[in-house]
Design a protein around this ligand. Sequence first.
Ligand code: NAP
Length: 244
Amino acid sequence: MTGRVLVLGGTGEARRLATALVADGVDVVSSLAGRVADPLLPPGEVRVGGFGGAVGLAAWLAANPVAAVVDATHPFASTMTASAASASAVTGVPLLRLQRPGWTEQPGDDWRWVDSLEEAAVAVAGFGHVFVTTGRMGLGAFAGLTQEVLVRSVDPPEPPLPARTTVILERGPFSLADELALLREHGVDVVVTKDSGGHMTEAKLTAARELGVPVVLVRRLPVPPRVPVVATVEEAVAWLSALP
Ligand code: NAP
């Protein structure tokens, strides 16, 4: 493959892909949404901020020609993923979705699947202490909860929040020992998470299993049709290398 690659980022995979491509001498521009105050930056060029929907991304691609786009955004960044699919279809720029696999239930788990944060809030209504680990966006879905709610996010969440909310500001990875201690310290009765997958934030699931705590998981949206999907940085590099 010759030419530039646009990596839609905001994830560890996106940073690792940019690192691998830059090391191979590929011209990379990584794109971040600009949500996190102090993001970990990938090597190579970085641009920050939304494109203005699918139309804006198509216009950006027309003004900044690239050989391919790799959508390595978070599994729950579904608006960006949909925009990338539309812009690729319109412009003809090849698009690859790099998405880590979701988590797999194991013996001893008590997982309850839901389709949205709103459904997750309904699912935890009857529980005591709720641990919400879905990130700082969309927490308004839980605002009506009246029990103790522990929220963990990288940057401070914005209101509305549940009336009895404790916020912990932390960035993963989290160890099993720390997650066990946190769940015990706060007497957590149920954990809420998106099915983000990956090892960085997996320890909370192991801790919940060990303590017999149920987990409410928000299901992913499917990847848009006709977009090829890979699970690893190595597969993404191979896909790019195979491009003409
Ligand atoms: P989203 O709902 O899909 O995106 C909302 C809007 O933010 C998009 O329409 C786009 O704006 C802009 N945007 C998102 N990702 C972008 C990127 N990489 N470069 C430029 N613009 C981007 O996404 P989100 O859930 O808000 O996530 C925002 C960022 O945080 C993503 O980069 C994602 O990888 C990262 N992240 C998300 C989660 C999560 O749980 N959702 C967790 C960890 C990290 P325009 O329409 O104006 O182009």
